[in-house]
Design a protein around this ligand. Structure first.
Ligand SMILES: [Ca+2]
Length: 469
């Protein structure tokens, strides 16, 4: 009894141990009469119909051969681009069992109609039948490791058969199962495509599918430019203002390329602007970058070359990333605040200034090098005398500015002498550490602030940015 139990359960145990735990992404039994989420290459050939006491997904007519020798009918689960996955279900071929070329196909890593992997389940085994195949912009090729003719074929009748196809991104291993879920009938090791959609269909027959379940790891950051882009959701007011800010920056620099700072031109410089968890925009990249697709045509025109990534990209989560590598270039990624509440208004002007200011810090580091003492951690932020005197300096400076605005030049000079006196005294007491840190900070932040103010004044004058005050 014990022996029988062990023999019975051990394949399950082995299988459970070998399979990585993957989250369930989709389960379709078609019992609502709908094939929600499924995208056929020919919708006229697919329907949900009752069969053997269940509603099932039917491929009702064979497809037509295209330019490549490849399966002709498929319906893919459009919302789940996966790397590692497990895709299971049951299938049934109505084709004459006397025809050993009969087939049903399970698709995976589907990226577009000429780039996908598939398992061909058939009633014979040879170079083209009952294989794991790859269509990679050319006629399909067998990729499974078994020699031609050596895979086990079981699609020999018109009964329902269980199937399972798995891919493990860590090893590149693809396994195909039919009836026996413990032992694959075909195995390949192939990382050519690496990710994509799953689907069901046939090389040139009809068939039925039901109880389809997908477990998997969602692909990130590798959208193929020729795959249909996911639907773009309507922009929120905040997103619209963020895009307006980007457009205003680009058009101001385009109209005044050398005016803000020699060589600093955001109409040509490469940089990223992103809204955390929503999207990433790549400005002025020299060439196509993997993971970025065309900027949505429904969105406002930004006046320069921009590519788009949906969702999060790489490890960009915080607000700023300097020396961020994208497409072989080190640049800066400007993370806009997730929530615009509490930001200064007008919001688009604030965001434009923020972008200009922060990208300039990257420009500074590249062109002038780091100022090593600017981020001095030993700076006495808690020293009361230093803080009080620094505050006094600020008051004197502000006083000087307001007197300058009234044209009271002698009073201004008097205030500036006072300011210099207080600062000299404070730096005397604080020592070289305080002086050098503040000088570094003023060089770094002062120039960035200057650049920000200069750009905003140009934006205000640029006709294209009417939304700015
Ligand atoms: Ca069903």
């Amino acid at each position: 009894m014990l022996v029988a139990l062990l023999v019975f359960t051990s394949p399950l145990l082995i299988s459970a141990a070998e399979e990585p735990k993957l989250p369930l992404l989709a389960a379709c039994d078609f019992e609502d009469g709908q094939a929600t989420g499924w995208q056929p290459n020919n919708p006229a050939h697919w329907r949900v119909a009752r069969q053997d006491g269940s509603l099932v997904y039917e491929l009702t007519a064979p497809g037509e051969q295209g330019k490549l020798r490849a399966p002709t009918s498929w319906s893919v689960l459009a919302a789940h681009d996966v790397t590692s996955f497990r895709f299971e279900g049951r299938m049934k071929s109505p084709a004459d069992p006397g025809n050993s070329y009969r087939d049903l196909c399970v698709f995976f890593h589907f990226q577009d109609p000429t780039h996908f992997g598939y398992v061909h389940f058939s009633a014979r085994s040879d170079e083209l039948h009952n294989i794991i195949g790859l269509v990679n912009g050319a006629d399909r090729v067998k990729t499974n490791l078994e020699p031609a003719g050596k895979t086990t074929f079981r699609l020999t009748d018109t009964n329902w058969h269980r199937f399972k196809v798995t891919y493990d991104a860590a090893t590149g291993r693809i396994e195909a199962f039919i009836d026996d879920m413990g032992t694959p009938i075909a195995t390949a090791v192939d990382r050519t495509l690496g990710h994509g959609l799953v689907g069901v269909g046939s090389f040139d027959d009809t068939g039925s599918f039901d109880d389809l379940k997908l477990w998997g790891i969602a692909e990130r950051g590798q959208q193929s430019p020729d795959r249909p882009a996911p639907p773009i959701s309507p922009l929120s007011d905040y997103e619209t203002q963020a895009l307006n800010a980007c457009r205003a920056v680009v058009s101001a620099f385009r109209a005044n390329p050398e005016t803000v700072w020699p060589g600093y031109n955001l109409a040509v410089e490469t940089y990223l602007v992103y809204l955390p968890k929503k999207w990433v925009l790549l400005f002025n990249a020299a060439s196509a970058v993997e993971g970025f697709a065309a900027y949505p045509k429904e969105w406002p025109e930004l006046g320069t070359k921009v590519s788009y990534h949906d969702g999060s990209y790489g490890d960009l989560v915080g607000q700023l990333a300097f020396d961020f590598e994208v497409g072989g270039v080190k640049t800066v990624a400007i993370g806009l605040p997730e929530d615009p509440k509490g930001l200064p208004s007008p919001l688009d002007a604030y965001l434009a200034g923020f972008i200009v200011h922060e990208v300039f810090h990257q420009f500074q580091a590249v062109h002038f090098g780091e100022i090593p003492w600017q981020r001095e951690e030993r700076y006495p932020i808690l020293d009361r005398d230093n803080t009080a005197l620094a505050a006094l300096e600020m008051r004197i400076l502000m006083d000087a500015v307001s007197r300058a605005q009234r044209g009271a030049r002698p009073e201004v000079e008097d205030r500036l002498r006072m300011f210099a006196g207080v600062r000299a005294e404070r730096w005397q007491v604080g020592g070289e550490l305080v002086a050098r840190h503040e000088q570094g900070l003023e060089i770094r932040e002062g120039t960035a602030q200057y650049v920000q103010m200069k750009a905003l004044s140009l934006i205000g004058k640029t006709a294209a940015s009417k939304s700015f005050p």
